[in-house]
Ligand binder design. Sequence first.
Ligand code: ARG
Length: 578
Amino acid sequence: MKNHIQELLQKSLAKLSLNYDIPENIAENIRLDRTKDKSHGDFATNLAMMLTKVLHKNPREIAQMLVDNLDESAFIAKTEIAGPGFINFFISDNFLTSSLQAMADDERLGVKTVEKADTIVVDYSAPNVAKEMAVHHIRSTVIGDACVRVLEFLGHKVIRANHVGDWGTQFGMLIAYLEKKENEAGQGLDLSDFEAFYREAKACYDEDQEFAVKARHYVVLLQGGDKYCLSMWKKLVKMTMDQNQKIYDRLDVTLSSKDIMGESLYNDMLPQIVDDLIAKGIAVEDQGAIVVYLDKYKNKDGKPYGEIVRKQDGGYLYTTTDIACVKYRVQNLHANRLMYFIDSRQHQHLDAAWTIARMAGYADDSIEIEHDAFGMMLGKDGKPYKTRSGGTVKLKDLLDEAELRVGKLLEERNCTLDDEAKKAVIHNIAIGAVKYADLSKNRNTDYIFDWDLMLSFEGNTAPYLQYAYSRIRSIQRKTDLTLGNFILNEEAENDLATKLLAFPEVINQVASKAMPHLLCTYLFELSGLFMRFYEACPVLKEGVDEEIKRSRLALCSLTSRVLKQGLALLGINVMEQM
Ligand code: ARG
């Protein structure tokens, strides 16, 4: 509620600032106190007094101006100007309790589905074929998946696009090496270690003349649609994606094989796209290559930057594919919003592709195209997160380690669950912690990967939220009392109630900004307010009036539902007991 009133005051100030020069720090530091005496309302501010020097008016007059400019709010029953120029706010308890009841009666917890659904293509995860998913893939995968869940919950039509790196000249080498391995191993070929596979293929290519010639020949055959090469290539894609699917399942990520829309999907479109760009005068020939000059980027020597869309040798590039990709997503998939969860370092590449796609008319202004960028995952030393020996960390190894650590943690806490239940708890805490560590930071920034922080049961972590949930559920299990009407007498009850009511707004913000950390922050603050409420307001204690008990139980119930739903939208499981 405090936030809500502060926002109202900020808006009111903003209106005044059209006519007066109001320093920014005043709007940022609006003081709002709880009143001690209820006859003065629930909150009071001295804002008018802070403005006397700026507006050269008497504070009561300023208070009146502020009140006159307040937006309507159903939460505010009335305002009053008191003493030298305080503004007192009276909260409408009725409105608060009835809104809370409506939220509790709604299985969607007050989150409305959108009136007009967007068709949204969400490009996320996008690992590369014949490589194992590395730790950096977790960012796109986990943040993208949380956004997908939120968008679908709001009723949008979401198309998951796993833009797998499944094409390129390296496939000649990979096919040649797969062939070699198959000849050597016969049936029992094990490719679980793609790292080694790729490394060895490269070594053969560099050292073995004959192999290199064959590899180059296979690229040409593959591009020409040769049956044998295509079938070998398909094998590589399938083996990689089968392995990645295990990671997705383990991560509780909603991607499946039907979401694969790899780079190769666009191959057939590329020649025609380049022709079209030339015909429209957007691309020109330059020393045999086809280039689009973009004024918005300048080279070192101040000339427009040239983006190559077809190389001298006739080959197409990553950018050409991303141009085709826009066209496909708009024209074939009929999307009106394209979201790309990709590393911030690819920004210029994406922007160039989209600029060209827009110039060519593949996406008009009604189509939103957004780079939902994220920073890097760093080690405690502030450098990219690596193994001890400086190699890339495999995602699988990271998840193994997370489960190992949680297992130990549970042992230390003398966990009494049976083996089966324990296994599930370990999975949920470990995966939850790793995902949440990523989700809870503003995605635009780099973040420091720190086992101790993310596995802590205190602070803004998944284990803390999961634990808060289990604790509330155990309170609920202890009683046969049914949920009652909301009665909000105590400050802690009021605070919790207002926070609960903010849930729908947060979900909508996550959807529009593609920022799951807003939901994390919300759930963390909600849990904090719940803990405060639980300390200040005994729920089941003897001597508490039954109607109050039942109201407090209703608050417990609603809080646990919001926690569960919120975490589910982040792709994190809760447990009844842990
Ligand atoms: N496979 C690429 C990589 O690992 C990411 C692809 C992102 N999506 C796209 N449409 N470019 O860097």
